[in-house]
Design a protein around this ligand. Structure first.
Ligand SMILES: [Mg+2]
Length: 171
């Protein structure tokens, strides 16, 4: 039995986006990636740095399409998307499906060709599951810089993640 927690279960877990290489994506048949920004690609509200730009460049050079979907405000999300060269959806209200569906349309891909990458179970991953898109949970880059609202949710995420890990071991 899955129980209600499976709504928040990612398809996979990696410690950071560096593990999500073009080869890693190809092995999973993924042609596009929908990224959360804050604490997934860069710390909360941090601009796109050189490493982030190079990372997106590497994906694009390999023919992987990218899109960012964020609950943050437009100036932050737009500046980031322009710096790394991808489409964006701001104030996405994840776990709403709206941003993810816009991303799929924007990348001209099908659901099964896309993976969602994010650091939060109750927004990024739940939204991906609601949208029937595979998801990859990453460890948050700098949890100390989480917004107050996110910080409140982290202990509950840890509990759900614990159940998920246990299930992975048993399967
Ligand atoms: Mg985040």
């Amino acid at each position: 039995m899955n129980g209600p927690l499976h709504l928040f279960y990612p398809t996979e877990y990696v410690s950071g986006i560096a593990e999500i290489t073009p080869e890693w994506l190809s092995a999973r048949g993924a042609k596009g990636v929908v990224f959360d920004i804050d604490n997934t690609v860069v710390p909360q509200d941090a601009p796109a740095d050189e490493a982030a730009r190079r990372y997106f460049e590497k994906l694009h050079a390999a023919g992987i399409k990218t899109f960012v979907v964020s609950n943050n405000a437009e100036p932050r999300v737009k500046a980031f998307a322009e710096a790394v060269g991808c489409g964006y959806c701001h104030k996405a209200k994840k776990p709403s499906r709206r941003g993810y569906l816009a991303a799929i349309r924007g990348m001209h891909l099908r659901r099964r060709e896309v993976v969602v990458v994010g650091d939060q179970l109750f927004t990024d991953i739940w939204g991906a599951n609601r949208s029937r898109i595979r998801s990859v949970l990453v460890a948050p880059l700098e949890p100390k810089k989480d917004t107050a609202g996110v910080r409140l949710k982290r202990p509950f995420e840890k509990i759900v993640f614990g159940f998920w890990k246990r299930r992975q071991k048993n399967s």
